[in-house]
Write a protein that binds this ligand. Structure first.
Ligand SMILES: [Zn+2]
Length: 453
């Protein structure tokens, strides 16, 4: 029997939109169709006038692990995800997230620690994407067991002091390809960035805006090209994280046109904000936009929307970093290479992409569902997620397209002390989020093991 029926809404899938009820039985979607039968015991949610969307799958977050001092840090960001319409998120366990030194040296120890410290700590479902760094003892040897344990994706970096050399990146791609995994790569040219950074510092240019000036778009495009070449040579797929500029997009578009298994994401901030954020004299404002890659030009921003509309980009994910200006980023700010990188976004993904994308006519609502739910679930091995389809988990978002609101830090639930979208007027609003048929809010989220198809 049906436990719950969501009635009268417009059900949106990547293929189309239809006026239909959604029946839920034991946490899964059991029927989609007009006027579904229900008995007196069936709970009903009236979705008249609302869009019924599959919950977003945010494939890129750096949610912090709980600690004794901040026991709810992970949980609170998962609550923020639920409020924003995200029902599954993938977290990286890079050193800045609070993972121990031991967990940073071994992929398997890192997985064990992540699972132990996050169990029972989430309002929505979640999974791990590992991080492979130069600090790992022998990551390539551990990859088969990591993949077998349900973590088939991992991120490697071409920049920072924990980057992989090209040789190790190649070996990691090769191992991923052989064992059914997919490597995610942060593409920026470290040689260029290190040289420009040293030059800036030598001239006393220590302010936050030099973060952006020392990470040019061509450095990202070159590294994107190189990552694609290494993936091709190792006969593996590759996934480009947080692609931010037209030149890097061109590399991906070319690779896709040749039929190579190259995928790419961009992030809401690259779709909405530009490098004028580095102009203010107030350093406390500038450091909020110290992220990597940095915010780009308006022409880049427009190119990314074209990439989303025409398939050069596969999905939008947040790169959520719950940094606080007062704590992790710090004011007065240190010299720019020491400013903590990242900005929050776990709660504003759907709002920003719907408003700037769908409401402005840049993408259809069906394409948005593809980009925020269906594609990430498919690419990251979550067959029960990402679509409103019989048999899948009843992860549903009731969304009012006629609502309008203003994004304000004071109304968000994440653990940051700011939002990059402060004061932004957005069309549409999340009314309710269901995780496996339950109203999100309690600690009901579970760790999802994944397998890539
Ligand atoms: Zn990231």
């Amino acid at each position: 029997m049906t436990d719950l029926v969501v009635t009268g809404g417009t059900v949106v899938t990547a293929e189309g939109s239809v006026q239909a009820d959604v029946g839920v039985t034991e946490g899964r979607i059991s029927a989609v169709g007009p006027n579904l039968p229900r008995d007196p015991a069936t709970e009903t949610i009236d979705a008249s006038g609302l869009l019924v969307l599959p919950g977003c799958v945010d494939a890129h977050t750096h949610t912090r692990l709980p600690t004794v001092a901040e026991p709810d840090r992970f949980y609170q960001d998962s609550v923020a995800a639920a409020f924003g319409g995200t029902t599954t998120f993938l977290a990286f366990n890079n050193p800045g997230t609070g993972i121990s030194d031991q967990g940073s040296r071994s992929l398997l120890a890192g997985l064990r620690e992540f699972r132990a410290r996050t169990e029972g700590e989430s309002a929505v479902d979640f999974a791990l994407s590992a991080v492979i760094t130069g600090q790992h003892d022998d990551p390539v040897a551990e990859l088969p067991e990591l993949i077998a344990a349900g973590v088939p994706t991992a991120k490697a970096f071409m920049v920072y002091d924990f980057r992989l050399t090209d040789e190790r990146l190649f070996a990691a791609l090769q191992a991923m390809g052989r064992h059914g995994g997919m490597l995610q790569v942060h593409c920026e040219n470290a040689t260029v960035i290190d040289a420009l950074t040293a030059e800036a510092l030598a001239h006393g240019n220590v302010g936050g805006r030099h973060h952006a000036l020392t990470r040019p778009a061509y450095a990202e495009a070159e590294a994107t090209h190189r990552a694609i070449a290494l993936a091709r040579a190792s006969d593996a797929s590759v996934y480009i994280v947080h692609l931010s500029c037209a030149d890097a997009l061109a590399e991906v578009v070319t690779a896709k046109a040749r039929g190579w298994a190259v995928y790419a994401e961009t992030c809401p901030h690259y779709l909405t904000l530009t490098d004028d954020r580095y102009a203010p004299p107030d350093e406390a404002e500038v450091i909020k936009s110290v992220i990597s890659p940095p915010l780009r030009s308006d022409a880049d921003r427009q190119a990314l929307w074209m990439g989303l509309a025409h398939g050069g980009l596969d999905l939008v994910a947040t790169d959520h970093v719950p940094d606080r200006v007062a704590v992790e980023k710090r004011v007065p700010a240190p010299p720019f290479p020491e400013i903590s990188n990242g900005a929050p976004g776990i709660e504003t993904l759907l709002s920003v992409v719907y408003s700037e994308g769908v409401a402005r006519g840049r993408i259809s609502v069906e394409r948005m569902v593809d980009l925020l739910a269906t594609n990430p679930a498919r690419l990251f091995g979550l067959p029960m997620k990402g679509a409103i389809e019989v048999g899948r988990d009843a992860d549903l978002v009731l969304f009012d397209p006629a609502a309008s609101r203003t994004i304000r830090q004071s109304e968000l639930h994440h653990t940051s002390d700011f939002t990059p979208y402060e004061g932004m007027a957005v069309a549409g609003a999340v009314v309710q989020t269901l995780v496996r048929g339950q109203r999100a809010g309690e600690r009901i989220g579970v760790f999802m093991e994944r397998r890539l198809a």
